[in-house]
Design a protein around this ligand. Structure first.
Ligand SMILES: Nc1ncnc2c1ncn2[C@@H]1O[C@H](COP(=O)(O)OP(=O)(O)OP(=O)(O)O)[C@@H](O)[C@H]1O
Ligand SMILES: [Mg+2]
Length: 456
């Protein structure tokens, strides 16, 4: 397909001359003699470049450019004018006009500019396409992750979602395992089936079996009627077993059997119940260690560990802290109906420097509280939870001195301390030496000498 150029020029000779030359150069050309015609053509075609006369009978060329650029920011406009003043050129460039040529037009120059304009434009458009494609593939609702490590996780989610394979999600507490389990379900062909979640740690051991597999009426004291377990409820969908390491060893065999045979019996029952369930398990524990201690069956471990996804701790993907911060500010400003627009650079730096042992959950809680506490439109360091402000406070000059690495002698250190004490006193007295001397218990003369000695 030929690249397309719109020429807007009221002088008919110039218009036809330019059109002929550009057609010879293998461009597709459309001609317009005034702003009205140009606007109509612009709307009905897709041009790469517009050659625009600055002086048009019905409209200022700048004004028309503004309209074009608003509609199509990637359009390349080259302005032609007889009055090539620097001022015009500057204005034109500010507006986003690509280049500027004065009449009489140098044709070689014009062709070079047009070709360069089109080349650059194509590169930009390709880039935009590429970016939006990446975003489409590896973006999940509510999961923020711009870091390479999270992009890898997203890639893996896309890859595994279509299969029925069991998945083991690993990572520290608060890294987003649950969120990822949901993403896998909603990306999978089972998305219209149920997603059932159960946290093995939050259910007493004695009840866990019945929670997972259900029970028959009269199976135990209190079992007044039959109850379906999570495996049955998750039929044709996904079962998310959180904190899998907490499943007592006595139950692990039964779990293994469901995974292998896709059937089980309810507690107190004899009938085999068949289910079609995809299992996603998650743990923040060291399964290998628990296995070595004999508390986790090896066969179950291998059965679960077919595909494992490791969600890295937040401190190992610091690039995500900024985007997560912005996301949570928006989320909690909306939720709490607060007009918070963002976060100050200083406060952001505190967040960037913290190690986040509680990972994303900790960051989320910190932002929620900051959004509620903030007085202004931007979150300030003092709005953040106090423990965060502490960890990143700069060491005091005294601490810095004590930690100094430059092999100062005892005497040098003492002097450095003395200098610092005097400097502080002067600061606190706003430079008033009499007052500072009083504070320090010096005579004015001693202070004067010290100030001189220490170059204060
Ligand atoms: N990438 C992320 N984008 C947005 N929110 C996130 C992200 N990761 C985690 N969160 C949020 O952080 C909180 C903790 O995440 P989640 O419950 O998924 O962690 P977890 O790994 O399951 O932790 P645990 O092991 O303690 O159960 C949730 O509120 C979740 O929405
Ligand atoms: Mg969880």
């Amino acid at each position: 397909m030929k690249d397309k150029i719109l020429i807007v020029e009221d002088d008919i000779n110039t218009l036809n001359g330019l059109a002929e030359i550009l057609e010879d150069e293998n461009f597709e050309v459309v001609k317009a003699r005034n702003a009205r015609e140009a606007a109509a053509e612009f709307r009905n075609n897709h041009f790469n470049v517009v050659l625009l006369d600055y002086l048009l009978p019905d409209k200022d060329g700048m004004e028309l450019s503004r309209e074009f650029l608003e509609e199509q920011p990637e359009i390349r406009i080259i302005m032609l004018t007889a009055f090539g003043t620097v001022k015009n050129a500057v204005n034109a460039m500010k507006l986003g006009i690509y280049d500027y040529l004065t009449k009489p037009i140098n044709l070689d120059e014009l062709l070079i500019i047009i070709r360069r304009a089109i080349q650059e434009q194509k590169l930009i458009i390709e880039n935009i396409d590429l970016k939006s494609k990446i975003l489409e593939t590896y973006r999940f609702e509510n999961i923020i992750g711009v870091s390479g490590k999270m992009q890898e996780v997203f890639k893996k989610i896309v890859k595994v979602a279509n299969s029925d394979a069991t998945i083991l999600l690993r990572g520290e507490s608060g890294t987003g395992k649950e969120l990822i389990a949901r993403a896998i379900h909603y990306q999978s062909p089972r998305k219209n089936g149920p997603l059932i979640e159960i946290n093995c740690a939050s259910i007493p051991e004695t009840l866990l079996e019945s929670e997972l597999f259900g029970h028959e009426k009269g199976a135990f004291t209190g079992a007044y009627k039959m109850k379906k377990g999570k495996f049955e409820l998750a039929n044709n969908g996904t079962l998310f077993l959180d904190e899998i390491s907490e499943i007592p060893i006595s139950l692990q065999a039964k779990l293994l059997r469901v995974l292998q045979e896709r059937r089980f019996t309810r507690v107190g029952g004899v009938d085999n119940i068949e289910v079609n369930v995809r299992l996603i398990a998650a743990t923040n524990a060291d399964l290998e260690k628990i296995m070595a201690e004999g508390l986790f069956r090896e066969d179950l471990y291998y059965r679960l560990n077919v595909i494992s996804i490791f969600v890295p701790p937040l401190r190992e993907r610091r690039e995500d802290i900024g985007p997560l911060t912005d996301y949570f500010i928006q989320k909690y400003a909306q939720k709490n109906n607060r007009n918070i627009k963002g976060i100050s650079q200083e406060a952001r730096e505190i967040l960037m420097n913290h190690d986040w042992p509680g990972n994303v959950r900790e960051l989320e809680n910190a932002i929620e509280s900051a959004v509620v506490m903030a007085e202004g439109e931007y979150i300030q360091p003092e709005d953040l939870p106090a423990y965060l402000q502490m960890t990143t406070q700069k060491p005091s000059p005294f601490q810095a001195l004590l930690q100094n690495q430059n092999n100062m002698s005892y005497k040098e250190k003492l002097e450095a301390f003395e200098r610092e004490i005097i400097r502080q006193a002067l600061l606190e007295s706003n430079g008033n030496k009499t007052q500072a001397a009083k504070k320090l218990g010096f005579t004015p003369r001693t202070l004067r000498n010290k100030v001189k000695k220490y170059n204060l």
